[in-house]
Ligand binder design. Structure first.
Ligand SMILES: NC(=O)c1ccc[n+]([C@@H]2O[C@H](COP(=O)([O-])OP(=O)(O)OC[C@H]3O[C@@H](n4cnc5c(N)ncnc54)[C@H](OP(=O)(O)O)[C@@H]3O)[C@@H](O)[C@H]2O)c1
Length: 290
């Protein structure tokens, strides 16, 4: 099987590149914005016409949640309209599409983990653009294709909360972190592995949605505190309410995802977030030497 991965230099794209080396039974094609800009319909059509592949993992996305409030057209182009071009091309060329979406499609008013069937109600431009992308993909309906919603992604690659916290730990004595938003940190390497495991099992005629996040949940404060503890960082973390850390985009107060469906349908076991964090911090040490 040959697999195209778009957005190769992002967190998930980079984890898939790292994983590809350990999966010699698959051929991988990796593209970035320069080699395949997913917002350009003709470029997408041309790429599909001139390359042979069986599956596409779409890691291309506009992910700056706060900046999206000021750049709604760009967020919409990448997260929504591009899905139409990719899904249409996948349908025409019988390519399976695995698309990644987000917990931010929910409004955060739930008190128990969100099911795939729960009502969506995004509170931000980013969340709306991701939901619109999901809906467009479902409308085009390429065969053997799925949407995977994930949450609070981090990796040794790219920018993310874990890296930010480790940087702060070196620079600041007291760090204030929001303690009233609850979610599930997800190690992008775990998600990458799950996607590659799931790929050969896809056989649905209608686009299905799944939730993938490391199990368990925490607040951003608890996440930061755990990173500091595991890395034995000297700095102090203090909890604050969201009201004391205003951001341009509103985030859901609760965005824990129920992952039973993906685990049972594809027979995969998702590790707890603390276990994956510990494992990833070891990789940070190996990669950065810090
Ligand atoms: N990060 C999170 O916390 C989080 C949480 C929930 C869901 N997700 C979803 O998970 C997926 C992967 O996220 P991630 O954190 O790996 O994202 P990421 O690190 O921001 O990577 C996204 C990649 O897409 C590329 N890209 C942007 N516009 C493009 C275009 N027009 N054509 C082709 N490539 C383009 C970016 O390139 P440039 O850097 O050059 O722009 C970047 O390499 C996304 O769908 C995201 O919405 C992420």
């Amino acid at each position: 099987m040959t697999i195209l991965v778009t957005g190769k230099n992002g967190q998930l794209g980079s984890e898939l590149q790292a994983l590809a080396k350990a999966f010699p039974k698959y051929q991988f094609l990796f593209t970035d914005k320069e080699s395949l800009d997913v917002t350009k319909e003709k470029a997408v059509e041309d790429f599909f016409r001139t390359h042979n592949f069986d599956a596409l993992i779409n890691c291309a996305a506009y992910t700056d949640v706060d900046k999206a409030e000021a750049e709604p057209e760009l967020a919409n182009a990448v997260n929504h309209l591009a899905l139409g071009y990719l899904a249409k091309a996948c349908k025409e060329h019988q390519v399976k599409l695995i698309h990644i979406s987000t917990d931010y499609v929910f409004d955060g008013t739930a008190t128990t983990p969100y099911l795939e069937t729960d009502s969506t109600n995004p509170q931000s431009v980013y969340g709306q653009s991701k939901l619109d992308g999901e809906l467009l993909m479902k409308l085009v309906n390429p065969a053997h294709s799925i949407i995977i919603r994930t949450s609070w992604l981090y990796s040794v690659y790219g920018s993310n909360f874990v890296k930010t916290m480790m940087g702060y730990g070196k620079e600041k004595d007291v760090l204030h972190v929001v303690n009233d938003q609850l979610g599930s940190p997800t190690y992008a390497a775990d998600l990458a592995k799950a996607i590659v495991d799931i790929l050969p099992q896809l056989n649905t005629s209608v686009v299905e949605t799944y939730h993938y996040a490391n199990t368990g949940s925490c607040t951003w404060y608890e996440f930061a505190h755990t990173i500091f503890e595991m890395k034995a960082v000297d700095g102090e973390v203090k909890p604050i309410p969201t009201s004391e850390y205003p951001t341009p985009a509103q985030r859901p107060q609760y965005s824990v995802l129920n992952t039973n469906k993906i685990q049972s349908v594809f027979n995969i076991k998702i590790p707890p977030w603390t276990q994956s964090l510990k494992h990833s911090l070891d990789s940070f040490t190996e990669t950065t030497g810090s």
